[in-house]
Design a binder for this molecule. Structure first.
Ligand code: NAD
Length: 434
């Protein structure tokens, strides 16, 4: 059985490497030939801990190969994992044009039975559209099945999430498709949750929206804490100790970002509204999240009054630690707002500087890039912590204070202990606590 992986971005690359490591014969393809050229040489086009070693291992043992030719990949594969992007459209809905394009190409290259597996996050009922598209455009009478196998990996720990999953959701409607996927995921027999296709598709959107809701919930509570003597870190801990609630995703801060939560919440709102269901709950989740940027800008103003010409060290650009991904990162909105105020920004991130330079080129007025956190802090009027990288938690704050013009920290992720930082002589602002 040969597996083709279509789209080798964050999800596709991990899927291709992960499936090859399970012992399958895998070929990955992407329309961006540069990604394929790099991957073929064992270079991971993204930053993802551990992925490079496993990529090289599976290229070497022959389980994995890459090709820029989508049509050939389709013809030579029995199972196709579709991992293309499903970005947000202006109205909030998911842009399904990449999935549709791939479906047409599959139809035109059908040369025997194939199982088409949706790995991309797609709106419920997408499989019906894929089936219709393939039936409309196929030129030969071969049979095929569509299945859903949503991906739950987290960037930054994507490989271990793929190799040690909490669950594997499989949505199928034929015995054949079910058996093929059970064979592929044989190693994880105990963790497989089999449903119909609509259910599997909805599990993904519902899971991401629920996690986003937890984050917005604790941020709402954080606002309440700021108006009282409560401390959001202790509130979150006290809530999380209840096994019905759980401690994960109860971290107050600058809210969620990335290529999934913001678009997936909006896509589910649109799906629900199109079906005549009131989706105010999730709209509020989105509104609370967007308001985190105002909250942070207000804190900076509270500390510095006028932001024009203030030198600000912006520490952390990726949407979360351990990734170079800046898609929908809170940092981007914060930087834009500070540029409107004519601040001077010195940006630093352990991994995401190159990606950020495509968004804010080096010649952008008011933008400077630093090669270390301490360099960014030199002569700064304040330090803004935006992503909770380990490196920042270990920062030599004593040295930082000596380098800064004003010892002011505005911590959007509650990285530091307020008492400790204040003892060092910093003026310290954080989220949801005094
Ligand atoms: P991505 O943009 O990193 O990767 C998508 C890839 O598909 C790109 O490399 C693009 O060039 C390629 N592509 C698009 N059209 C193609 C075509 N016709 N032929 C060949 N290649 C094509 O996106 P991603 O982050 O990997 O996400 C992919 C899907 O998985 C999305 O639906 C996303 O919502 C979902 N998802 C993402 C994550 C995550 O953490 N990134 C986690 C779970 C699910």
């Amino acid at each position: 059985m040969k597996i083709g992986v279509i789209g080798t971005g964050y999800v596709g690359m991990v899927t291709a490497v992960g499936l090859a490591d399970l012992g399958h014969n895998v070929i990955g393809t992407d329309k961006v030939t540069k990604k394929i050229e790099k991957a073929s040489k064992g270079i991971v086009p993204i930053y993802e801990p551990g992925l490079g070693d496993l990529l090289k291992k599976n290229l070497k043992n022959g389980n994995l190969s890459f090709s820029p030719d989508l049509e050939e990949t389709i013809r030579s594969s029995d199972v196709l994992f579709v991992c293309v992007n499903t970005p947000q459209r202006k109205d909030g809905s998911a842009d399904m044009s990449f999935v549709e394009g791939v479906s047409r190409c599959i139809a035109e290259n059908l040369n025997g039975y194939k199982l088409i597996v949706e790995k991309s996050t797609v709106p419920v009922r997408t499989s019906s559209w894929i089936k219709r598209t393939i039936s409309l455009y196929k030129n030969k009478e071969y049979s095929f099945d569509v299945a859903s196998n949503p991906e739950f990996l987290r960037e930054g720990s994507a490989l271990s999430d793929f190799l040690n999953p909490d669950r594997i959701v499989i949505g199928v409607e034929s015995e054949k498709a079910r058996n093929i996927l059970l064979k592929i995921y044989k190693k994880y027999k105990e963790k497989i949750h089999i449903t119909n296709i609509d259910t599997a598709e909805l599990i993904k959107h519902a899971s991401n929206s629920f996690l986003a809701m937890k984050i917005s919930f604790i941020n709402l509570i954080s606002d309440l804490c700021e108006k009282t003597d409560a401390d959001v870190e202790f509130v979150a801990k006290g809530m999380g100790l209840d096994s019905r609630i759980g401690k994960q995703f109860l971290k107050a801060g600058l809210g969620y970002g990335g290529s999934c939560f913001p678009k997936d919440v909006r896509a589910l709102v649109k799906i629900g509204e199109d079906l005549g269901i009131g989706m105010k709950l999730l709209k509020e989740v989105d509104r609370i999240n967007l308001a985190r940027i105002d909250m942070f800008i207000n804190k900076i103003k509270e500390a510095l009054w006028i932001l024009k010409n203030k030198k600000l060290a912006v520490l952390g650009l990726s949407f979360k630690p351990r990734t170079d991904d800046i898609r929908n990162a809170p940092s981007l909105n914060i930087i834009e707002r500070l540029l409107e105020e004519e601040s001077q920004l010195i940006l630093y991130d352990p991994e995401a500087i190159e990606n950020t330079k495509t968004y804010f080129p080096e010649k952008t007025k008011g933008i400077h890039y630093a090669e270390s956190a301490l360099e960014a802090l030199t002569n700064a009027n304040a330090a803004l912590f935006i992503t909770e990288w380990e490196e920042f938690k270990k920062l030599d704050l004593y040295k930082a204070k000596q380098l800064m013009s004003n010892p002011i920290i505005i911590d959007g992720r509650n990285i530091f202990e307020p008492d400790k930082v204040r003892k060092l002589g910093f003026e310290y602002y954080s989220v949801g606590r005094k």
